[in-house]
Design a protein around this ligand. Structure first.
Ligand code: IMP
Ligand code: MG
Length: 183
């Protein structure tokens, strides 16, 4: 895991008034996703992955290409309004396949307060998953309210709102290929 909490932002390739700068560029994300995939291949071969929509889809698409034999399903959990969590995660889209008796890897974009991952761990356990691990590209350790273990983590990021590489701010900036800080 790489700690980029103190790192100065880099200039945007083209000016956008609502974004302050680039925190992580494509090359750096790619390198870290590859490192995470190597670890997951060793520790979770052939596991069933649960992608947390919508934010984690870029990360999941890049990661899963490097995880032969894994299967995947998607779930959507939502607790966010604008830039803050209301703290009550709810299932917006349920899993399509049962997880009973399976080894499940949660694929998440970012762990902020930890409430979403906590909720998912409880939900999957209640649904009969045999073993559960968590892979998250990003974590904001200074915002964590609920203690959750992230088994595979890409970057520790500052207490700022991030967009790009699947992350949005009210549906904006999701499709940027790099991660930026919102002004
Ligand atoms: P938590 O439940 O507070 O840990 O929030 C987790 C979810 O909030 C993530 O899956 C994201 O979808 C969203 N989130 C948290 N921080 C950010 C951010 O900086 N940018 C975009 N989405 C975020
Ligand atoms: Mg998410």
């Amino acid at each position: 895991m790489i700690d980029v909490r103190e790192r100065p932002l880099r200039p945007l390739p083209s000016h956008r008034a609502d974004l302050e700068g680039v925190l992580l560029d494509e090359e750096e994300i790619d390198l870290q996703v590859r490192r995470m995939a190597a670890e997951i291949r060793r520790e979770c071969p052939g596991w069933h992955c649960v992608i947390v929509l919508n934010g984690a889809i870029f990360f999941a698409a890049d990661l899963l290409r490097l995880l032969p034999d894994c299967t995947y399903d998607t779930i959507q959990v939502s607790s966010y309004v604008g830039q803050s969590s209301n703290g009550k995660p709810q299932i917006r889209k349920a899993l399509s396949k049962p997880v009973k008796g399976r080894k499940v890897l949660i694929i998440e974009d970012i762990v902020d307060t930890g409430q979403t991952v906590r909720f998912l761990l409880d939900h999957l356990r209640r649904s009969g998953a045999r073993d559960i691990k968590v892979a998250s590209l990003l974590s904001k350790p200074d915002c964590q309210k609920v203690k959750v273990t992230i088994d595979f983590l890409g970057f520790l990021v500052p207490q700022r709102f991030l967009v790009g590489y699947g992350l949005d701010c009210e549906e904006k900036h999701r499709t940027l290929p790099f991660l930026c800080v919102v002004r």
